[in-house]
Structures are given as structure tokens and as C-alpha cells.
Design a protein around this ligand. Structure first.
Ligand SMILES: [Zn+2]
Length: 111
């Protein structure tokens, strides 16, 4: 097993979920969702979480939480901290990262 495909997997899921967010907003008949959609379309995707913070209802919570997790993992790759548990700072095992490349915690610290 190797980790070379992990950035691609993270990016692919990010792209998919960002599109899902746009799709969900475009199907909404709420004015503020439409305004938010326009705002997102002209902004860099890395700013989307800031732009949507506290603006979306419970229907979006799962999607937003996953986007946060994926972006955190991408950020960790960029700074060379990928694959370490955010609680105990031990290395997260390979199998766990393969199962979910956005894992933030090791087996012992995971809730
Ligand atoms: Zn840990």
C-alpha cells in the first residue's frame, strides 16, 4: 500500500462535494441561498467555508463538516503534517488513512 494517491482522492471528493453544495443551493427556492450561490460562484472554493459559515441550516451540516475535514487534510499535506493524529500527534496507521484519507485521529483517539 502507498499513500501517493491520497491527494488525488481528497481533491476528487472535495470537487464532488463542492459541486453538490452548488447543486443543493441552486435547487433551493430561498432568496438567501440564491444570493449565497452567486457569491460562491465568483469566489475561490477555498473561501467557501468562510462564506457559508453559520449561513446554512442543519440540512447542510454533514456536507459542510465533510468539506472542513477534507480541506484540513489538504492543508496538512501542504504543510507536511499529513497523517498525524490531531489529538496525540502519533502517526495514523496506513489502513485507516486508506479507508478515509481525511482521518484526523488515530484509532485510539477517534471518538
Ligand atoms: Zn491519537
Amino acid at each position: 500500500m502507498n499513500n501517493t494517491d491520497i491527494p488525488q482522492r481528497l481533491l476528487a471528493e472535495l470537487t464532488l462535494l463542492r459541486q453538490r453544495l452548488l447543486d443543493a443551493l441552486s435547487l433551493s427556492n430561498q432568496d438567501y441561498h440564491q444570493q449565497l450561490l452567486i457569491q460562491l460562484k465568483v469566489s475561490a472554493p477555498t473561501l467557501w467555508l468562510d462564506l457559508t459559515a453559520n449561513k446554512l441550516g442543519p440540512d447542510y451540516q454533514g456536507l459542510i463538516a465533510r468539506l472542513e475535514q477534507l480541506e484540513a487534510a489538504m492543508c496538512q499535506i501542504e504543510i507536511g503534517q499529513y497523517g498525524y493524529c490531531c489529538d496525540c500527534e502519533e502517526k495514523i496507521d496506513e489502513q485507516r488513512l486508506q479507508a478515509d484519507p481525511a482521518s484526523q485521529r488515530c484509532r485510539l483517539c477517534a471518538p
